[in-house]
Design a protein around this ligand. Structure first.
Ligand SMILES: O=C(O)CCC(=O)C(=O)O
Length: 282
């Protein structure tokens, strides 16, 4: 494994001029400092669960910055970058796509912090960032996330990728924990078809009772991180709480050598945007 070109030593500071109004303080960690068990678990199960990957102050800083982005930046974003559970209700945001492209704080969190270094450690190669998203399930109306494999959405070859899912609040069965199927990353891509769900337009078409019985629910506290392989099957239930939100961040990384099929990706996005408009979802 080679880390010399793209990693940051713990002492290294971020260029002050790049900082957004809320200070960035997620010191990168040396990739070699992560425990070997993280990679073992990731390779065996298709995911690794890391409790307390960031601390309470760091979680609070992310919330502050999210609130600022939602207040100051979201109103000017295109309808293909912000999805609402109900587009008439501005407090029902369910997803912000490409969060790092809209704000410096999130760009640095994504590309200059310990998340990036962890992705290199787990993949064992240099990586590049593909997308960072905000996920919420608003109380009462937050819909289920259909069973899927992220690799189906990403038109990448080789499919060497992962998503990091960072809980920003308590997540459990009631408000819609992420559910993984152990070892599913070893069995290839399953058939996907349209789901009608905004933000997760494709789902596994033959998801069975056997699949459901094999699910493991990722109960999480704020700051806990789950990292899943692009082939790991996962889903989440609706938010059944009348009062609790379910906020999280998703960080998607692929190996630097993975290439996107640009034509397939462009076609897919065009069709998706057309579908979302035609069905009145955006
Ligand atoms: O937040 C969710 O419900 C699901 C997120 C997801 O599917 C992912 O991070 O790949």
């Amino acid at each position: 494994m080679e880390y010399d070109r793209r990693t940051f030593s713990p002492e290294q500071t971020i260029n002050e001029t790049l900082l957004s109004p809320m200070a960035f303080d997620f010191k990168p960690l040396d990739p070699n400092a992560f425990p070997a068990e993280y990679r073992q678990q990731y390779e065996e199960l298709g995911y690794v669960r890391i409790p307390g990957f960031i601390n309470a102050e760091e979680v609070a800083l992310i919330h502050e910055n999210l609130n600022r982005v939602i207040r100051d930046i979201v109103p000017s974003l295109p309808d293909t970058a912000v999805f609402y559970e109900n587009k008439e209700l501005k407090d029902s945001i369910k997803q912000i796509i490409g969060l790092y492209q809209h704000d410096d704080f999130f760009e640095q969190l994504y590309l200059r912090g310990r998340f990036f270094n962890l992705s290199e450690f787990l993949i064992g190669r240099l990586v590049s960032g593909r997308n960072m998203q905000y996920f919420n399930k608003p109380p009462g109306i937050g819909k289920p996330t259909p069973p899927h494999q992220d690799g189906f959405y990403a038109k990448m070859t080789p499919l060497e990728g992962m998503t990091m899912w960072l809980a920003l609040e308590d997540v459990d069965e009631e408000n819609g924990c992420v559910r993984y199927i152990n070892g599913s990353h070893k069995r290839g891509l399953r058939a996907h078809g349209k789901t009608g769900t905004l933000g997760f337009s494709q789902g596994i078409t033959d998801y069975s009772d056997e699949d459901r019985a094999a699910e493991v629910c990722m109960i999480a506290k704020p700051g806990d991180l789950m990292v899943h392989n692009a082939l790991t099957i996962h889903r989440a239930d609706a938010n059944q709480s009348a009062t609790r939100t379910r906020k999280a961040l998703g960080f998607i990384y692929y190996s630097a050598r993975a290439r996107e099929d640009e034509e397939a990706s462009r076609k897919y996005k065009e069709e998706l945007n057309r579908d979302m408009r035609d069905t009145g979802k955006i």
